[in-house]
Design a protein around this ligand. Structure first.
Ligand code: ATP
Ligand code: MG
Length: 395
């Protein structure tokens, strides 16, 4: 009787001819997550649309499950006993596994007289008995060893027995939902504008969920923004890694650009013009690394720089489509996701962002593109961009 974690995949089930491509990406993401966690000390196998992880240190089971639940493409996981299907021996192995699970469930359960059912899936057609008959037969071991009662429709516990074609059966109780989505890497690569705020880490999560592999860029304005603020962004990247796979993070020195805008342009256009520089620099990075999109954490109407007009004037400096997965999210909704994925607590740590440096009292809310372009003529855009790019550091 061996402990294994069964992995079921989600949406890639629907992929026809390309399924093997999606599967191999998913498998490679699963393995690299487990390699990070267990340093290679586990086995991985696949058969008939299911994967199984085994041979790991049992006391790490919860960590293995938690790690897998963050890998996009996984629908759910179960902690199961894997046994040889011993039909000829009256399913003795399956019964033993059921007994262990049931006794444990009774110990852990607070409710008296819990109800259960046994669900059998029988892929192994060499066994002549129909599934429901096998289930009825197996229920006996639970009745004999616990105070549980059978109820096929209104049950507290559903003991599942999956009899596979290859002579192996999996016996388990319940499953944990994964994050769903598509395996990271199947939807091209993109560049995330990662601030230290609440929104952009959530935007990363959303894009990775649809399979996009991300690189990240952060604009820092030392000495107005501190080393600790940069550290916070690195830590956010690390918190996101189980979901996004590790993002390469580029930090761009932005002080000179901000000082120049501050000096030569009207205060109320500070943010608009600054964001246009961000897009120019992001586009250059995207070109260099063959990234196909730029991603921000903007949400419609959240602040002055996130009106349709502001986004239009920012976007005209981008050479790639700009994706804004949070565009129609309320702040509450974004915060809920941030809490669930674990970035919220880090994001609310109080550190300055470059956007808060020289923050205008009354930023333009509906900037006209022609006007912005006119104002920018005061700046030597190309050489400012060039110097910023020259100062990029990778973390
Ligand atoms: P966030 O919580 O993600 O910081 P926000 O609501 O504070 O977003 P803004 O500060 O206006 O909004 O930023 C909008 C978007 O611009 C961010 O979601 C992020 O994608 C990008 N951005 C802002 N500041 C930076 C920065 N210093 N470096 C990289 N990207 C940034
Ligand atoms: Mg911000």
């Amino acid at each position: 009787m061996e402990k294994v974690i069964i992995i079921r995949y989600g949406e890639i089930f629907l992929k026809g001819k390309n399924r093997s491509y999606f599967e191999s990406l998913l498998i490679s993401n699963i393995k690299s997550a487990l390699d990070d966690l267990l340093g290679g000390n586990y086995s991985f196998s696949r058969s008939q649309g299911r994967y199984a992880v085994s041979n790991f240190e049992l006391k790490r089971e919860d960590e293995v499950i938690a790690t897998l639940r963050k890998v996009f493409g996984i629908h759910s996981v179960s902690s199961a006993f894997m046994v040889r299907t011993d039909f000829e021996n009256d399913f003795e192995n399956i019964r033993s596994a059921l007994k262990v699970l049931a006794v444990k469930a009774e110990e852990d359960n607070l409710k008296k007289d819990a109800r259960f059912r046994v669900t059998v899936k029988r892929a192994d057609k060499r066994i002549p008995m129909p599934s429901y008959e096998i289930a009825a037969k197996l229920a006996g071991v639970i009745l004999d060893n616990t105070s549980f009662k059978v109820d096929l429709t209104d049950f507290d516990f559903d003991f599942e027995v999956d009899i596979r074609e290859n002579g192996v059966s999996y016996v388990y109780l319940g499953s944990f939902l994964g994050v769903g989505g598509l395996p990271v890497g199947c939807s091209s690569k993109g560049l995330l504008l990662l601030s230290g705020g609440i929104d952009s880490p959530v935007a990363a999560y959303m894009m990775a969920k649809r399979g996009m592999k991300l690189f990240a860029v952060h604009f820092a304005s030392p000495p107005y923004t501190s080393e600790r603020a940069k550290q916070k962004v690195i830590e956010l990247r690390d918190i996101l890694s189980p979901y996004t796979t590790k993002m390469r993070l580029f930090v761009v020195p932005f002080t000179e650009i901000q000082l120049e805008i501050h000096k030569h342009c009207p205060e109320e256009f500070m943010i608009t013009i600054m964001r246009r520089f961000m897009m120019r620099i992001a586009s250059r990075l995207a070109e260099k690394f063959d990234l196909k999109a730029i991603i921000t954490g903007e949400s419609l109407g959240q602040v002055a720089s996130q009106t349709v007009e502001s986004m239009t004037s920012t976007e005209s400096c981008a050479k790639f489509p700009v994706f804004r997965p949070l565009i129609a999210f309320d702040k509450d909704e974004t915060m809920d996701v941030a809490k669930r994925i674990g970035t919220y607590e880090k994001s609310i740590e109080p550190f300055e962002d470059c956007c808060t440096v020289f923050l205008p009292k009354n930023p333009v809310i509906h900037p006209r593109l022609e006007k912005v372009v006119e104002l920018e003529k005061e700046l030597d855009i190309d050489s400012l961009v060039e110097r910023a790019i020259g100062g990029i550091e990778e973390y």
